[in-house]
Design a protein around this ligand. Sequence first.
Ligand code: CDP
Length: 308
Amino acid sequence: VLGWFYVFPAYRLPSDKEIVEEVLGLGEAWKKNQTGIDLYRSVPECCNPRWMFAVTKENAPIGKVLWYDGEYYYSHTVNNETYSVFVQTTPLKPLKKCAVVGNGGILRHSKCGRDIDQADFVMRCNLPPLTKEYLEDVGNKTHLVTANPSIIEKRFQGLLWSRKAFVDYLKAYGSSFIYMPAFSMKPGTDPSLRAYYAVTDSHSNLTMLFANPDFLRNVGKFWKARGVHAKRLSTGLFLVSLALGMCDEVTVYGFWPFSIGLDGQPISHHYYDNILPGKWFHAMPEEFVQLWHLHKSGTLRVKVGSCQ
Ligand code: CDP
């Protein structure tokens, strides 16, 4: 009798070296596969991100209970105050070419800036630095950027004192959407609202959007069913999921949670520093394996290495 191992060999995450070999082995060839994209979109958990991804006055009217997706048993009931900060309806139209930019060190010296900036819609994670020294590698165009409430707390003193440094810092993102998970963890709601008021009071061209916890929860379920075993997905994977449901063509850059680059040399964790994440790091390689499957099936394109 054949053991189960013959049918389902024990799953093992490839080593960093094996991943490099696999990526190099496949080379640059890539072909979009509409069937793969349609298949992704046919999964109920996936969709409908365009309408679901943010809380709006339409999908979260007064009295609606928003269950925090990162906590058990906490909810927020939409009231006059929170309702007034939500956008009316979904601000996104169906999109053509989207670039999702992770913060991986693989972007350093990639010269991918022009490629990225050529996309119709560019999404970035966690208010990354877009200063001159990185321009060639990561570009500077931004249509949507995520901001974690913890960044507001740590980098901008919770906006309890000066808001100027925050508002000035955001100028790098032009008139994009700032997407905050305000209803994921309870302590994140207040700083998110403070960020909203800092932005709105400064008459900037930015638009604050709050992530819809139902959307984040659905995306979590979707990837869990596909073998990503993390307490929480990385920010980047949320954005990839949003892009896949909304864009004709998705290319992802800066997703490479490994210790070596394609040349076998050590690589930093971020394109701007080498501060490793805490307890959630272990999920990123699993996430990459899933992205790589989608790359191979033509559903999205994973760009690693140089863009020249
Ligand atoms: O806050 P988090 O650790 O999720 O993200 P980050 O370090 O600011 O990077 C943004 C995103 O880029 C992550 O959520 C990952 O999806 C991706 N990333 C990656 O794939 N490989 C890296 N070495 C670093 C980030």
